[in-house]
Design a protein around this ligand. Sequence first.
Ligand SMILES: [Zn+2]
Length: 395
Amino acid sequence: MPDALLLSLLVAAVAIGWWLGRRERHGTSDPAQPATLTRDYFVGLNYLLNEQPDRAIEAFVAALEVNSDTIDTHITLGNLFRTRGEADRAVKIHQNLLARPTLTTGQSEQVQLELSRDFLKLGLLDRAERLLQQLVRESSHDPTRHTAKQLLVELFDREGEWQAALDVAHPTLVRQHDEIRRAAAHWLCELAAQARQTASPGVARKQLRQALSIDPKCVRANLSLAALAMDTARYREAIRVLMRIPDQDLDFVPTMLEPLQHAHRLLDDDAGLATCLEQLLARAAFTSLVILLAETRRRQEGVQAAIDLVTEQLDRTPSLGGLDYLLDLYYQQQQSSGEPDSRIRLLKQHTHALLQARPRHRCQRCGLTGEPLHWQCPRCRSWGTTRPITGIEGE
Ligand SMILES: [Zn+2]
């Protein structure tokens, strides 16, 4: 038997034993059945000691009769198994509860919520959805309906049904929960991406504007609006949209540089690119930004101008990426003068290896790091929590 399960069952056994003992002391036990209750409890312990967890659970559930005093203990027992990764056992306990005709409406709804959480955990999404839809429709208790809606939103998010998630969450949940507000803006970005693929730019634009009205900090919405403008060769408009991103979230400047450079290249406007980059540099000295600006200087004024810019920035903000690029520039300079220094190549190999080993993005919620920027974290499934890494080894 896994250690976690053994521990859960022992905890449950102690809790039930304590409850039975207290019940006996207070004389609330049904005088007709005290021996049966105690016998079920010891039978459960016996199964537990013989490593038969399924039969132990059945015996414990039988020992603990369902009434208004014990319903919470039953629910907790089920939840305990769910959090321990034993959701199938939680289903058994919660379904057993739900079958009792003595439950009040409130208690029955509470058990249905827990049961839908068990189904979600087990990936039985259809069964969870049926229960939750029914609770949303029929419950007259506001907090129950609210929780059922939150779980439905989680379910639709998992299924990639963005419009359904939005229909449930908007406007109440979006207004009340920061996390759902952030997610809602991303659902609209997902819908806009689908509309863009099916050649409906008008629909996509409308959805992206709605995303921005829900979450004005949604960087992805502006990146997508810029991409839409690029589709129809409106490069100046794309640049204007991209230049709003630093006001939304300064840390995402490195993410906007590639499309910004692309739009200027299509306009054949190197000077315009340099002006934009200088404006950005005045706000924050990201490594990729310094390198991109240095490259435009190198094209316009030569290698020495690029070296001057990178050296000045490295004096202010140390950066491994900046140092790596500076070594490139030194090597180019020496090559053109006909005296290449092999020591620079050696240093470059080391900085390059160090840069290869570092991740570029990190989820602020679960800490997952990696090279690509995920709008939804693949580990913790939260939206908009993965961000560029800053600092000496990052941006
Ligand atoms: Zn995460």
